[in-house]
Design a protein around this ligand. Structure first.
Ligand SMILES: Nc1ncnc2c1ncn2[C@@H]1O[C@H](COP(=O)(O)OP(=O)(O)OP(=O)(O)O)[C@@H](O)[C@H]1O
Length: 256
């Protein structure tokens, strides 16, 4: 399996708290990869380092063989191919669903300020192709066309989560990073999420997620990394993780 993202010796300290202690991790291309562990284990910190929200104190990140310097800003990480969603949905609430997706598509737009301001023929053609791509993504994540013109904050919770995924996909990432995507979802929405994430993986986009729903993670993920007190205590396929004594002691208890 080809490695998409390699992390080496990633550490992060907040004052006296060692949130991450020299994490080595490789995410293989074409997998759904899960981060699990008890509260305070360091999952969010690692996720935020991968997506550029936090700067690690030590370590290296390599995406498809290209170094991602630790001081890159979140938007620079997006440009290099890692897009994310947030635990607390962060859509542009007073823009339509379609416009939210179009914002993501603009990262690939080659049209400059002059063309945009003067609405040149090139700008109009580009705008039309961005709109068409946004409609494709709306369909892809399973949102009905009737959602396109509705304000993002008028959509149901599950649909807003789908819209966030569509906006992230619009940046054409090689790694889609999802922070607790099933939080607050009902069982029907969770099942639909599982189908969508499997499809995204099958279409060639690697998926990284943090999620507290252990049953979902065990059945959805191809591989899991387990953190505890800032250390990686286990890594592998769910079947092996479920039986790992350290994981059972630290996290799974009777849940596996
Ligand atoms: N911004 C911060 N400032 C200070 N301490 C922090 C900060 N972020 C995280 N920590 C501390 O770092 C440790 C790891 O926290 P982190 O949020 O990464 O864990 P987590 O595994 O995501 O937990 P949870 O499942 O509860 O979200 C904890 O001790 C936490 O209190």
């Amino acid at each position: 399996m080809t490695e998409l993202l390699q992390l080496r010796d990633i550490s992060k300290r907040f004052g006296g708290v060692k949130a991450l202690k020299g994490i080595d991790l490789s995410i293989p291309e074409g997998t759904i990869y899960g981060l699990i562990g008890p509260n305070g284990a360091g999952k969010t910190t690692l996720f935020n380092i991968i997506t550029g929200m936090y700067t690690a104190d030590t370590g290296t990140r390599v995406l498809r063989g290209q170094a991602l310097p630790l001081n890159l800003k979140p938007y620079e990480i997006v440009i290099r191919g890692i897009a994310r969603t947030f635990q607390n949905i962060r859509l542009f609430h007073y823009m339509s669903a379609l416009e939210n997706i179009m914002v993501g598509c603009h990262r690939h737009s080659g049209i400059g300020l002059f063309a945009t301001l003067f609405n040149t023929a090139n700008a109009r053609t580009e705008e039309a192709s961005i709109r068409a791509r946004a409609f494709e993504l709306l369909d892809y994540v399973g949102l009905p066309r009737s959602c396109a013109s509705r304000l993002a904050n008028e959509l149901s919770y599950g649909d807003q989560r789908r819209l966030e995924i569509a906006r992230a996909l619009a940046t054409r990432p090689s790694l889609l990073a999802l922070d607790e995507p099933a939080a607050g979802m009902n069982p029907t929405e969770t099942e639909a999420l599982r189908v969508l994430l499997t499809r995204i993986r099958d279409d060639g986009i690697t998926v990284l997620l943090i999620e507290h729903d252990v049953k979902l993670m065990m059945s959805l993920c191809d591989r899991l990394a387990v953190l505890d007190f800032g250390e990686l205590i286990a890594e592998g396929e769910p079947a092996a993780i479920r039986q790992d004594p350290r994981v059972i002691a630290a996290y799974l208890g009777g849940e596996a």
